[in-house]
Every structure is written in C-alpha cells, then in structure tokens.
Design a protein. Structure first.
Lengths: 115, 115
C-alpha cells in the first residue's frame, strides 16, 4: 500500500471545464509535490509544498492552480486546459526537503484526458 | 541546470540474463541518487538510494547500483533478472544546492524480461 492516495484515478474533461485533483498522504510527511508524466518525456516537477507553503513553482501555466490546506492534503485545480495537458499527474510526499528526508513516496496518479 | 541521461530507452532480456542500466548526470556538486521503478499498473516506488559512504548500494529484489563520482554515473545492475522485473526504471539524481535541492528524473528505461 502506497500511503499516498489520489482521486480520481481517471478524469476526462473538456477545455472549458473546471475540475480538481486530490492527493492525500498518510505518512506524516511535511512536503508534497505535483508531477506531470507525459509519454516519452521525463517526469516534470510542477509544484512543491513544505509545511503547507509553496516553495517551488516550476514555471507552470496559471491554468493549473495548486492548493495545500494542510500537510496531508494537496489539490490541483484545473481550468481551461489544453489537449496537450493530457497526461498522468502524480502526487508525491517526503518527510522534508533535505538529505535523507527527501526520499519521495508516490501516489498512483490521475490519468487526465482533455478533449 | 542539472540534467540526467538514461541511455537505454528499451531493453529486452531473457530470464537469468544480467542487467545493467546506464545513468549519467551533469551536476558537479554534491548529489544524492535514487532509482525508482514502476511496475505495470502500479505506482512509482523507490528501488534504491545513495546518500554517502559505500558507493555500491543494494536495493530491493536483488538490485544494486554503483556511484562513480569521476564518471558522474549511477548505473543499476542485477546479476540475474526475472520475468517479474519487467517494469520502467527511472534514475533520479538530487542536486544539493544552496538555493534549494533539485530532484531531476530521467526519461526512464522500459525493461521487458522474456521467459
């Protein structure tokens, strides 16, 4: 069992829709991440949160809006997406952001299709 | 900026064959190194990691990797693969910088083990 859950597992949305992805970690970690995994491309880091504060935004378009209400939950709000945003969105968590605490645990991902 | 290169994108082996997957990174400073694995239909999970000390590290399921600092490499090895090792493998160096640690994933190597 992963300790990091993501819902929904699959999502199909139109370009004018608004939807949200949810991630929850049950590991007592303090840092959480959103990644985008596209076919034949490296895993792309999107956002990093540490103790609920955003510490990194990797030049992500504003149509992706993260929210971290507490250290256990992370959301990714989606609006006016483009077909090229179709991908697997992965959530991860780690104890911290330094040294041995940086080992990341991943959720199963949300497969997003934008039509 | 740091980059990571996994030279083999697709590898096909017979059971009991030996495996070596290459990983090279570009960062010249202090790094921690990870290999992650993604089995079909499952989430990304940690295979092994290097932080310091003995450059030969052992992970789960008989995998090992050797950190060669002079070659900026962290190749993954297994003496005798099994059908159940069929998966995608990702190398991920973590650059320890003064401005914040950066974890970068390679494009992955798809391993198929045939009976």
């Amino acid at each position: 069992e992963t300790g990091v859950t993501q819902t929904p597992r699959h999502l199909v949305m139109g370009m004018t829709n608004k939807k949200s992805l949810k991630c929850e970690q049950h590991l007592g970690h303090n840092a959480m991440y959103w990644y985008k995994q596209s076919a034949k491309k490296p895993l792309e880091l999107m956002f990093v949160y540490n103790f609920k504060e955003q510490t990194e935004n990797n030049s992500v378009p504003s149509r992706f809006s993260p929210e971290c209400p507490n250290s256990s939950h992370l959301f990714l709000h989606l609006h006016t997406l483009q077909p090229e945003d179709s991908a697997l969105y992965l959530c991860a968590s780690s104890q911290g952001l330094a040294g041995t605490s940086y080992e990341q645990y991943f959720g199963p991902g949300t497969r997003l299709t934008v039509t | 900026a740091q980059s990571v290169s996994q030279h083999n994108h697709h590898v096909i082996l017979s059971e009991a064959a030996s495996l070596e997957l290459g990983c090279n990174y570009s960062y010249g400073g202090t790094v921690n190194l990870f290999w992650y694995v993604q089995y079909p239909g499952q989430h990304l999970q940690l295979l092994l990691k290097y932080f310091s000390g003995d450059p030969l590290v052992k992970g789960i399921k008989g995998f090992e990797a050797e950190f060669i600092k002079s070659k900026f490499s962290f190749n993954l090895r297994k003496p005798s693969v099994q059908w159940s090792d069929t998966a995608e493998y990702f190398c991920a160096p973590l650059a320890l910088t003064g401005g914040g640690n950066k974890l970068t994933f390679g494009t992955g190597t798809q391993l198929k083990v045939e009976l």
